[in-house]
Each structure stands twice: as structure tokens, then as C-alpha cells.
Design a binder for this molecule. Structure first.
Ligand code: G4P
Length: 548
């Protein structure tokens, strides 16, 4: 009976589907994907290392730091990373803790602060903001927080370096609220600082965690005293306890109580005080990530929203990294899984090229090494090796035409004119810049008048990276000279005639075309930009643009 057999097969298939849906839901629920936002030197590397140590992902303190100290010069660190083969792996660190799978995405700072840093934040579900308590809110933190705000990403705050002389904690919270425009809900409160740092009081649990300096306690166990009115405290800290009680009263009265919904909406940030280098307060951060930070959520695509638990696989590329071997222009595309289950060897549709690709040599990222991936779920990052046919923003699925949105290019803050010493190399220059542009290393603008090539980046040291890669990989000796350009905005206008008028006006001389063919306005100053915007109200000036 053919119909019966079909029905049985279908029922069976239905059964498998159910098992698989449940499996996917379970795996999604236990995942957390986050990035760290901080200003250089606030302690991101130290904290990353401690998080990995606590989870048992690495055994040795100094592993992550060793990598960072290799970053003096671009060529140096490329050499070092090549030897160790850890560069790619360390961009994404996956580890397990308390039956959760945590993906920590590196947000490059210092030398390699670039658009990548921004774009990584479009691939996370939450962020950890690390602040040097002696310095407070710094420039890079503000920039990164603004990127988080584009998607209302929930943020957990860690006030680091309490073992040093810091600023007044209340003043720090005040600054966070006024500069970053985010409500602060202190969860722990410091008792003293610097040499007199005694520990923190947990406002929700009414208990005191005693501080002990030293790095050796990798488990983060601390002595706990229950209750702020515990007589033991007066004995131990006769000087500090009155001050603490006063501050706690103030904090209860003046600050916001922690509210999970506000945190998830990106309106409020829970604040923890500690000292990363002393392993103090780190476990509270890990627990907050697991208990409060969201599991992977839905993602918008052009045609519809995608739920992480739906069965068909989908994902998007948010970062391209050149492979370390300059002889082969291999690249690894970092793909964030948005739904379904990825299995090694499965066929994926590359939607921009409308072509099926078989991905057999995909890599996953464990904290300590680079491994072959067997399966991945929403929130996970997988690495797809390719020869240049994958770009930032590309979407992949099992067949459905879904272009994910919200993977922007950011208007650069720094500009250079590219010139070459040997004019015969002009073709190589264009090719090199095109490819480096696709990797997101730099943006290239061609002014509508003249023959110069303008390079734009969000981090100034990015130009050095590009110059050294042009030389080493493309044999092009280029110099980058200063320009009078101070900012760029992408231009759109619904009114074709107005746009034509704009192009013909004196402002039209400042127009350029980017590598993807989009029109951009290159302004000589903030004032110039503002005046031009005022004069042309029908023209829209965008600080970001979406993948073409
Ligand atoms: P980053 O990745 O955000 O740039 O910061 P990183 O972790 O490298 O930390 C920057 C400096 O701050 C380092 O000192 C680090 O040891 C120190 N640091 C981190 N956490 C704490 C803390 O809780 N208390 C104190 N007192 N210092 C902390 P460095 O001298 O620049 O480097 P190193 O020679 O110690 O490695």
C-alpha cells in the first residue's frame, strides 16, 4: 500500500522534525553570545583571560595576554600569530560554563581598532562594558556603546581596578548615566578602594564578599559574610562599615533597582565592581551573563524575521579575516548562525551569488584551539574558508532567499589620499584596495572629480595595516597623505530631480563613489556637513550604510 507507506514515512519525518526542533530550542536556550566594549587599557584582555580561566577553558594565566603583547607592530603580530596559529581562533572564543555555551567575540582595540570592532557588535546578543574606575567613561567606550544602542543590546558593566585609587563610585555612576545616557543599577557596591579595598556588598543578596589580593585563586572563591548588620563586620572593619551603610542607603534611594526587563531593553545596565587582575568580581559577571543576558534572539531579514529556533539553517557574515599565509589569498568569513542547526558537510545557499556551496572545512572556535566544527546553533560563530567570494553582510540559508539586515558599514572618521611611488602599479593598487575593502579593512572612495583615491577608516592605525599589507601581499609601495576631509556621509534622495540639482551644485564637488557604487558626501568639517544638510533638506545623509 503505497499511500500507507508514504504516510508512515511522513509521520516518521514529522517525528524527526519534532525531536530536532526540541533539540534546537534546547541548544539555543543555553547559548550566550557577547562582546566586550572598553577603552584600551581598561582591562579587557585581563578580564577575557579570567573568564576563560574560571570556565576552565584555559588552564594557564597569561595565554591571552601573550597574544596581546605580540601586537606591537602589525608585521610582528602577524608573524607571531602565524607561528602560533591562534589568530583566527582568538577572534572568537567558545567555552562552556554551568551547562551553557558561551561565545565571546573579540572586539579589536588598540592598533586594530577598526570597523570590525563596530561590526562584531552587530553579531552579539549582549555586551560587557569594562570601565577603568580611576578614569571613568572614555572615548572608545562611548563610540562602542553608541553602536550597541543601534540594536538596543543589553549591557552589563564591570568597574575594574578597584584595588587602585579610583574615582568616587557614586560619581562614576553619575557619569555613566549622563554621558552614556543609560540607567545604572548597581548590583555590587565597593567597600573602600586602593589599599583599603575590602570587598563588595551585594545589594540584591545582602552579603559581603571579602577582597583578597592575588591571582592564584582561579576558582574565584571568596569569603562571604551574610548581612550588612552582621556584628562580625563591625569587628573586622570598624572604620569602613559606617561609611558603607551610609552609601548603601544613598544608593538605594538615588539609583535604579535592577530590573531585568529594562536591562533586556537596553535601557538599564547592572553595575558590578571588582578587580580583574585579582580575580575579584569576575564570577559575578559570568553568572550575570548566564542568568540575565539573553539567549540568541530573532533577526530581521529583508523578507521576514527569522526565529533562532526554526529548523532551516540561516546566518550572515559579519567579518572577513585574511589568512595568515600571504602567498594564498585565502580568507575566513565569520558567520553568525541565526537559526537552525549547522552540520559539517551540509549544503548552503550563498544568496548573493545564488549558488549552492558545500562547506566541509568549516572551523569552529574553542577558546584554546581551532577545531573542525561538527554542529552549530543560533548564536554560534563558524568560519568559512573562501577565496574571496564571500563578503561582509552576505547571507546563507538552506534555500530561502533571506537577506539579513543590520550589518552596516560605518562612516569613517579618518581619511587619507592613496598615492603610489611607481605609477605602473596602479592596477595592483586598485585590486589590493578593492580586496582589502571587501575584508572591511578600509573603505575606498573615488571622488567624482579628479583621479585621487580616498581611503577612510574608523581607526587611524588601520592605514598602517593597509599600507603594510599592500606592500607584502600586492607588491604596491603606497603612501597615504593627509586630506582636508573630516567626515563622510552616504547620500540618498527620493526626489531624483533634487539629487541631480545637488550633484550639479557646488556641494557636488565633494561627492564620491564608494567601492560598492554608493554615493557619498565627503565633508571638510563638521560645520560644512551641517550647512550642507541644512541647505539640502530633501537629501538624506547617512552615517551607516547597509550591505549592497
Ligand atoms: P585592555 O585589554 O583593555 O587594553 O587592558 P589589559 O587587560 O591589557 O589591562 C591594562 C593594564 O591594566 C595592564 O597593566 C593590566 O595588568 C592592568 N589591570 C587589569 N586589571 C586590573 C586590575 O583589576 N587592577 C589593576 N591594578 N590593574 C589591572 P599593564 O601594566 O599595562 O600590563 P602588564 O604589564 O601588567 O601586563
Amino acid at each position: 500500500d503505497i499511500t500507507g507507506a508514504n504516510a508512515a514515512a511522513e509521520a516518521n519525518e514529522g517525528g524527526n522534525r519534532k525531536v530536532s526542533t526540541e533539540l534546537i530550542a534546547r541548544e539555543v536556550k543555553r547559548r550566550r553570545t557577547f562582546g566586550i566594549i572598553s577603552h584600551p587599557d581598561a582591562g579587557k584582555t585581563t578580564l577575557t583571560e579570567k573568564l576563560l580561566l574560571f570556565s576552565g577553558a584555559i588552564q594557564l594565566a597569561g595565554t591571552v595576554k601573550a597574544r596581546k603583547s605580540g601586537r606591537h607592530a602589525t608585521s610582528d603580530w602577524m608573524e607571531i600569530e602565524k607561528q602560533r596559529g591562534i589568530s583566527v581562533a582568538s577572534s572568537v572564543m567558545q567555552f562552556e560554563y554551568r551547562d551553557h555555551v558561551v561565545n565571546l567575540l573579540d572586539t579589536p582595540g588598540h592598533q586594530d581598532f577598526s570597523e570590525d570592532t563596530y561590526r562584531v557588535l552587530t553579531a552579539v546578543d549582549s555586551a560587557l562594558m569594562v570601565i577603568d574606575a580611576a578614569k571613568g567613561v572614555e572615548e572608545q567606550t562611548i563610540k562602542l556603546l553608541n553602536v550597541c544602542r543601534m540594536r538596543n543590546t543589553p549591557i552589563i558593566t564591570f568597574m575594574n581596578k578597584m584595588d587602585r585609587e579610583t574615582r568616587d563610585p557614586l560619581e562614576l555612576l553619575d557619569e555613566l548615566e549622563s554621558v552614556l545616557k543609560i540607567q545604572c543599577a548597581p548590583v555590587t557596591w565597593p567597600i573602600g578602594m586602593g589599599k583599603n579595598f575590602r570587598g563588595v556588598y551585594h545589594l540584591l543578596r545582602d552579603e559581603i564578599m571579602l577582597f583578597k589580593a592575588g591571582e592564584e585563586r582561579a576558582d574565584g572563591n571568596v569569603e562571604i559574610i551574610k548581612g550588612i548588620d552582621n556584628p562580625k563586620l563591625v569587628e573586622m572593619f570598624p572604620l569602613e562599615i559606617e561609611q558603607l551603610k551610609m552609601e548603601v542607603e544613598l544608593v538605594h534611594g538615588a539609583s535604579h533597582p535592577f530590573n531585568l526587563d529594562d536591562f533586556l531593553a537596553g535601557i538599564q545596565t547592572p553595575v558590578f565592581f571588582g578587580s580583574a587582575i585579582n580575580n575579584f568580581g569576575v564570577r559575578e559577571i559570568l553568572n550575570a551573563l548566564l542568568d540575565w543576558a539573553p539567549a540568541p534572539g530573532g533577526r530581521d531579514a529583508t523578507v521576514r524575521s527569522v526565529t533562532p529556533t526554526e529548523e532551516p539553517f540561516s546566518g550572515f557574515v559579519f567579518k572577513i579575516q585574511a589568512n595568515m599565509d600571504p602567498a594564498h589569498r585565502d580568507r575566513i568569513a565569520f558567520l553568525r548562525v541565526c537559526s537552525g542547526r549547522f552540520e559539517r558537510g551540509m549544503k548552503l545557499k550563498h544568496l548573493r551569488l545564488n549558488r549552492d556551496i558545500k562547506v566541509s572545512s568549516v572551523v569552529t572556535f574553542m577558546a584554546s584551539s581551532r577545531e573542525q566544527v561538527e554542529e552549530a546553533y543560533a548564536g554560534d560563530i563558524i568560519g568559512l574558508p573562501n577565496h574571496g567570494n564571500m563578503q561582509i553582510g552576505d547571507s546563507f540559508s538552506e534555500g530561502e532567499m533571506l537577506q539579513f539586515t543590520g550589518i552596516p558599514y560605518f562612516a569613517p572618521d579618518f581619511f587619507r589620499v592613496a598615492r603610489i611611488r611607481n605609477p605602473l602599479k596602479i592596477k595592483q593598487l586598485h585590486k589590493g584596495l578593492q580586496q582589502l575593502g571587501e575584508e572591511g579593512a578600509v573603505q575606498v572612495f573615488k571622488p567624482v572629480t579628479g583621479s585621487d583615491l580616498i581611503l577612510g577608516a574608523v581607526g587611524v592605525l588601520q592605514f598602517e595595516v593597509v599600507a603594510s599589507r599592500l606592500l607584502n601581499e600586492y607588491g604596491v609601495d603606497a603612501v597615504f597623505e593627509g586630506t582636508s576631509i573630516s567626515s563622510a556621509r552616504w547620500i540618498t534622495c527620493d526626489d531624483k530631480k533634487k539629487l541631480a540639482d545637488f550633484e550639479k551644485s557646488s556641494a557636488g564637488a565633494n561627492l564620491a563613489v564608494d567601492a560598492a557604487g554608493n554615493l557619498a558626501y565627503l565633508a571638510s568639517s563638521g560645520v560644512n556637513l551641517r550647512l550642507t544638510q541644512e541647505r539640502w533638506p530633501e537629501v538624506v545623509f547617512h552615517a551607516t550604510r547597509e550591505h549592497a
